[in-house]
Write a protein that binds this ligand. Structure first.
Ligand SMILES: Cc1cc2nc3c(=O)[nH]c(=O)nc-3n(C[C@H](O)[C@H](O)[C@H](O)COP(=O)(O)OP(=O)(O)OC[C@H]3O[C@@H](n4cnc5c(N)ncnc54)[C@H](O)[C@@H]3O)c2cc1C
Length: 470
């Protein structure tokens, strides 16, 4: 017999919510995912995720976690048109005036390049196979239900005027994204809302889809012409995706927003420090309008610092929304799901079984401390937050920026040398890619062998550039 106290509700059916639901589905519980949108049957953009039309890099770490949670999902993505990308070989990065020196041999640092709606659709489709997971679509969560210190469910507003008004639950997971109202819901119940830290680089994106020119051939699948703080505000990102299309994005920091009309878009592309992005799109046919996105601030809600009611946790962008240019969000959500799994595993009580539940452990939300989850999540998020805000702080126009101390100054100087050396040396480019894709700790960049290697490459480059002077 299923009892009410075994139910979990996930607010938000995007990447973080779907992956949290996948973890919860391994417990002896029914999981209900509530979303304001009607979730599309095809991989199409939707209103509740306005960033759907923007480019989404899936890091190898995130890709591997997806595959571990949904074995075979990479094959699903490929079958739907996603292209496998070998990052050290097929990601071409223009930085510090040079293109990366790409690896020539194949590596296992792979993931897929495709549209964001395709990734979300593939996960959603797999989750629908779980008998204890259901979706409540076109319903907005408007608040939390509580009995003293325990959350007992959510309040709902059906968007069509008909539907459910309340859902009981012993665990509510807020995964409603960077515009989450959960702090307000908690405050309405008398709890202190989490304090927030915001670091806003005022980065704007303009994105357009193109049809690849017939017979097009290239050795890249993704190219990035990087911004270069503190003065180089502009960037260009071009990725080959499903359906023979390209997704082309221009970005500008410090309110240097790219224009949204055809001529302005092309003119902005021509100002990038390499002509390769412009030359590629000039050959291709635009197949979409130009979409802007300017809600790109880094926003951290410190749930780990407040007292939370029993039966409520938050994760994904609702806790840690990052400036998108570093491509971390979906992978950080995947890592959050693993933190959730570890937290749930702390519950030792023997399981009460759902019919045919194959001995799944019980949810036992009443026994678990939300603050413990939020603390572990804060630790897991801290590296990614530090990376994004540290880089964004190098633009003097960033609001909420922190002034780098002397150590950060030295590390910044070294990172510049490393990036320059990576344009000369394929092994350094590969190492850099491994760190960015969260496969290796950033400490790997500071190993004495690597430091010597970087400095030696730097001296060689300096020598070559001097000897080539007239
Ligand atoms: C411009 C841009 C580009 C990005 N590029 C990348 C990238 O290259 N790589 C990467 O990994 N990440 C990228 N990200 C980040 C990525 O989109 C998110 O980190 C990822 O989607 C996880 O977010 P989420 O699931 O927490 O929230 P969201 O994706 O924002 O989803 C929130 C969900 O909650 C629902 N919802 C909201 N409120 C309610 C409510 N009250 N009731 C019910 N449902 C509700 C919404 O409909 C939506 O489905 C980018 C983000 C932006 C803005």
């Amino acid at each position: 017999m299923v009892t009410e106290d075994q139910d979990a509700v996930v607010v938000g059916g995007s990447i973080a919510g779907l992956l949290a639901a996948r973890i919860l589905a391994d417990r002896n519980t029914f999981v209900t995912i509530v979303d304001t949108d009607e979730l599309p049957l095809q991989p199409t953009a939707r209103k509740g995720v306005p960033q759907s039309v923007q480019p989404h890099v899936l890091f190898t770490k995130g890709y591997r976690i997806l595959e571990s949670l949904f074995p075979g999902i990479s094959a699903d993505l490929n079958a739907a048109g996603a292209l496998t990308i070998d990052w050290p070989r097929e990601f071409h990065n223009f930085s510090r005036g040079e293109w990366s020196n790409n690896a020539s041999a194949a590596s296992d640092i792979v993931s897929v390049t495709c549209s964001r709606p395709l990734i979300e659709w593939a996960i959603r489709r797999r989750l629908k196979d779980f008998p204890n997971v259901r979706f409540v679509e076109a319903h907005r969560v408007t608040g939390l239900l509580a009995s003293s210190n325990h959350i007992t469910g959510v309040r709902l507003q059906p968007l069509s005027g008909e539907g459910l008004n309340e859902l009981p639950a012993s665990l509510v997971v807020d995964a409603s994204g960077r515009r989450s109202n959960a702090p307000q819901w908690l405050e309405n119940l008398g709890f202190t809302p989490p304090p927030e830290t915001v670091v806003n680089p005022f980065l704007g994106y303009a994105t357009r889809r193109y049809q690849e020119p017939p017979g097009f051939e290239a050795d890249w699948k993704v190219m990035l012409i990087s911004h270069e703080p503190p003065h180089g505000t502009r960037l260009g990102y071009l990725a080959r995706i499903e359906g023979g299309q390209w997704i082309a994005t221009l970005g500008g920091y410090g309110r240097d927003f790219p224009p949204l009309d055809n001529d302005g878009f092309l003119a902005f592309a021509q100002t990038l420090p390499s002509p390769k992005f412009y030359e590629a799109i000039a050959l291709a046919t635009p197949v979409s309008p130009i979409y802007a996105h300017r809600a790109t601030a880094n926003r951290l809600r410190h749930y780990e610092k407040v007292k939370l009611p029993q039966g409520f946790v938050a994760l994904g962008d609702a806790v840690c929304a990052l400036c998108p240019v570093y491509g971390q969000g979906m992978t950080v959500s995947a890592l959050s799901a693993l933190v959730l799994r570890d937290w749930l595993n702390q519950s030792k009580r023997p399981s009460r079984l759902l019919p045919n539940s194959d001995s799944k452990p019980a949810l036992n939300a009443g026994k678990l401390l939300p603050s413990r989850f939020q603390k572990s999540l804060a630790t897991s998020n801290s590296l990614h937050w530090g990376m994004a805000t540290g880089q964004d702080s190098r633009f003097l126009t960033t609001a909420g920026r922190s002034e780098p101390g002397w150590l950060m100054g030295v590390l910044g100087w070294y990172t510049e040398r490393l990036l320059l050396s990576a344009t000369q040396d394929a092994s350094l480019h590969t190492l850099f890619v491994e760190v960015v894709h969260l496969l290796k700790s950033p400490l790997a960049l500071y190993h004495p062998k690597i430091v010597l290697h970087v400095l030696a490459t730097d001296v060689r480059t300096l020598h070559q550039s001097k000897s080539s002077l007239p």
